[in-house]
Ligand binder design. Structure first.
Ligand SMILES: NC(=O)c1ccc[n+]([C@@H]2O[C@H](COP(=O)([O-])OP(=O)(O)OC[C@H]3O[C@@H](n4cnc5c(N)ncnc54)[C@H](OP(=O)(O)O)[C@@H]3O)[C@@H](O)[C@H]2O)c1
Length: 273
């Protein structure tokens, strides 16, 4: 799919253009590196402008693509409209939108800070839904384009002590799968990418230090699998055997067992409990 984009767009003499949220580090920065290597011009968005500039500088040392960076707090109301206007100010058409920005929250839901919960609802639910609504029509009209919404295996079932996180990621999975079917006729791919435990700053930011039985994925594992899967319009996309096992086995396990097991796992494998 990525290669097909390039072929189609180069025929019209247009460089493909990708918008990536949460591109200042981790998985988002890796999407930026991988898409730059495929010849995409990029709009990179996150709050940390210094880190965005570093990623942009790194990319521009090895490619001749254009990279725009913008410091934007995506938890603010109307962030999706701001993102859309920004993208429009650089290019009339977006070939690929990667809704990757996100963060984790661990602990007793009743103890969690309400503003942080509100930020999570805004970034995971509002931004994903509203930006998909804003960017999708032009892709459908042109019968070309893709949206990757980054969820998590944590969205496959409810997880106590990660209630808010797993519920918002479940929303992203359900929403993306439904809209993906609607968009398929217009040849637009909507992928929901569901990584498992991946080695990034995510866990440190969330104040949680998981110790898993399986080795963590690297951001490169996640991005390579996600971009490769665009070709086949596969969705949801999981990474590695444990991701696949979670996706296929959990629907057959009683939800209460899963929740009890995962609650025990999150509490006992967390440095913050
Ligand atoms: N790492 C894992 O184990 C794992 C597993 C499953 C799913 N995921 C998902 O993968 C995605 C990327 O996470 P990661 O692992 O790469 O974590 P990360 O290294 O902590 O990166 C998170 C990115 O999101 C951005 N972000 C967070 N809140 C934002 C806000 N309010 N406004 C703008 N940008 C914001 C951060 O940028 P700034 O701080 O500069 O704003 C950063 O670029 C997330 O959606 C996460 O839920 C991660």
């Amino acid at each position: 799919m990525v290669e097909r984009f390039l072929q189609n767009l180069s025929m019209k003499n247009i460089t493909p253009f990708a918008v990536i949220t949460g591109a200042s580090r981790g998985i988002g920065a890796e999407y930026a590196r991988a898409l730059a290597a495929q010849g995409f011009d990029l709009l990179l968005v996150a709050r940390d402008q210094n880190r965005l500039k570093e990623i942009s500088k790194e990319i521009q040392q090895t490619t001749s693509i254009q990279v725009w960076t913008e410091a934007l707090d995506l938890a603010r109301p109307h962030a999706a409209e701001t993102l859309y206007s920004l993208a429009q100010s650089f290019r009339p058409h977006v070939s690929l939108l990667v809704n990757n920005a996100g963060f984790g929250l661990y602990g007793l839901f009743a103890d969690m800070s309400l503003p942080t919960i509100q930020d999570m609802l805004q970034v995971h639910i509002h931004l994903t839904t509203e930006s998909t609504r804003l960017f999708l029509p032009d892709m459908m009209n042109r019968r070309q384009g893709a949206i990757i919404n980054v969820a998590s295996v944590a969205g496959f079932f409810p997880i106590p002590y990660m209630a808010e996180y797993s519920a918002t990621k479940a929303f992203i999975i359900s929403f993306s799968e439904a809209v993906a079917m609607e968009a398929k006729e217009s040849e637009v791919t909507i992928q929901v990418c569901c990584p498992g435990y991946t080695e990034t700053d995510f866990h440190k930011t969330a104040g949680h230090c998981p110790r898993h039985m399986a080795p963590p994925h690297t951001p490169q594992d996640v991005v390579q699998k996600s971009l490769k899967a665009l070709r086949s319009q596969q969705t949801p996309v999981t990474i590695g055997w444990h991701g696949l096992a979670t996706q296929w086995i959990t629907p057959f396990i009683p939800k209460k067992w899963l929740m009890r097991l995962s609650a025990r796992f999150v509490r006992s494998h967390s440095s913050s409990h």
